[in-house]
Design a binder for this molecule. Structure first.
Ligand SMILES: *Cc1c(COP(=O)(O)O)cnc(C)c1O
Length: 409
């Protein structure tokens, strides 16, 4: 295997997305090779011994490392601007790997209340069983994070913007807070991807990815990763994945590698379309409120623009009108069910636009009181904007929206 050229320094991330992590075989294939193998043949017993002892580089078994997965890791690290990255089978297993590597019984974590639902459960339910305590705090109020710090706080965990209300937290402020307390800051960068937001440049120590979302970008495979300094990736998380086995499949790594080549252009296009749709939704009589960081009306608009390369990202949410929860839900269902183009689904990060009713799906298991505290009403609709023509997405939403103002409010 050979890396055919050594790249010059200072390349743009769009170039890195295409040119890093090219591990070519002796055949010189132009596209990344897919090494779909569980094990690797060793030239002799002595080499095998050294590779297993870790004193010589070389592949042994795909749970430990695999050339296609390594290509993915190198490419993602280059795009995030971190020393290294490590693949995981899903975004959730990346968070699991990170916590297994960093935390032990008696440690304390501070986490935003608005993180991805499974992340919330992982900390609140699973890690609580092992004696790791988590304090959940406001997404946007740094003072609440500061007040939650304890002598045993090891990790601050944030996600920005959040799902589905697109609340933005100040990565730099949280990084300073973590470092002042001798803790680490991990940021889930799933929604913006490195095309728009690079948390390491803002002081974050670790960056979590669900490759399932924008990195693949076409809704094909599950994948995850942690990006960060080599001393953590190689010395702490490497042994965790080797023993615990949440390894990324080489096939999935290969699919995501190809997805990353178009990440920059997809994020620009989907983000630009989301802004147009968000602005247009604000003018619709059937819409009560639009949540999108690219809008001047968004409470953290300026911070988001600074932090996210001037882009709002591709996910927006909006409340349809409705004076009580039942009416609001009926109106939201009417809008969703009237669509003929966009997909009714709960995932995001696809080139195909997805429409979701968070209140009865992703957040359906919360009590009504919890949902109201989280600001997720029955009239809320989330739209993960894809690459269809904007006018077709607008017309699709208008099918149900147009009648709402005169209908059952
Ligand atoms: C989807 C998602 C995850 C989990 O990723 P999986 O690949 O589905 O395990 C984590 N964080 C955020 C923000 C997500 O949207």
């Amino acid at each position: 295997m050979s890396q055919e050229k050594s790249l010059p320094a200072g390349l743009h991330r769009d170039t890195l997305a295409l040119r890093t992590g090219l591990a070519r075989s002796q055949h010189g294939e132009h596209s990344e090779a897919l090494y779909l193998t569980s094990g690797f043949v060793q030239p002799d017993a002595e080499t095998a011994m050294r590779r297993f002892a870790g004193t010589e580089e070389g592949f042994t078994y795909s749970r430990t490392s695999n050339p296609t997965v390594t290509s993915f890791e190198q490419r993602l690290a280059a795009m995030e601007g971190t020393e290294a990255a490590i693949g995981a089978s899903t975004g959730m297993s990346a968070i699991l790997m990170m916590c297994m590597g960093l935390l032990k019984m008696g440690d304390h974590v501070i986490c935003s209340r608005s993180v991805f639902g499974s992340t919330l459960n992982l900390f609140a339910k699973e890690f609580a069983k092992f004696g790791v305590e988590t304090t959940f705090v406001s997404q946007t109020d740094v003072a609440e994070w500061a007040a939650a710090i304890k002598p045993n706080t090891k990790l601050l965990f944030a996600e920005t913007p959040t799902n589905p209300l697109t609340e933005v937290c100040d990565i730099r402020a949280l990084a300073d807070l973590a470092h002042g307390a001798g803790a680490l800051l991990a940021v889930d960068n799933c929604f913006c991807s490195p095309a728009l937001q690079r948390p390491a440049e803002l002081g974050a120590d670790l960056i979590i990815h669900s490759g399932t979302k924008y990195l693949d970008g076409q809704g094909r495979v599950m994948a995850g990763a942690i990006c960060g300094p080599s001393k953590l990736i190689v010395d702490v998380f490497g042994p965790v994945v080797r023993t615990a086995g949440m390894a990324l499949s080489p096939f999935n790594a290969w699919v995501v590698l190809k997805g990353m080549e178009t990440l920059g252009i997809r994020m620009q296009a989907q983000s630009a379309a989301a802004l147009v749709i968000a602005q247009w939704l604000e003018t619709q009589p059937g819409v009560a409120r639009v949540y999108y960081p690219g809008l001047a009306s968004h409470p953290q608009h300026e911070l988001a623009m600074r932090q996210q390369s001037g882009q709002g990202g591709a996910v927006l949410s909006f409340d349809v009108i409705g004076n009580d929860p039942e009416t609001a839900r009926a109106n939201a269902f009417h809008v969703i069910n009237s669509t003929q183009v966009v997909s009714i689904a709960t995932n995001l990060g696809d080139t195909k636009t997805i429409i979701t009713h968070p209140g009865t799906t992703s957040h359906g298991r919360l009590t009504e009181a919890q949902r109201q505290a989280a600001g997720i009403g029955q009239g809320l609709i989330r739209l993960a904007v894809g690459l269809e023509h904007i006018e077709d997405i607008q017309a699709d939403l208008l099918r149900g929206l147009s009648g709402l103002a005169t209908l059952n409010t």
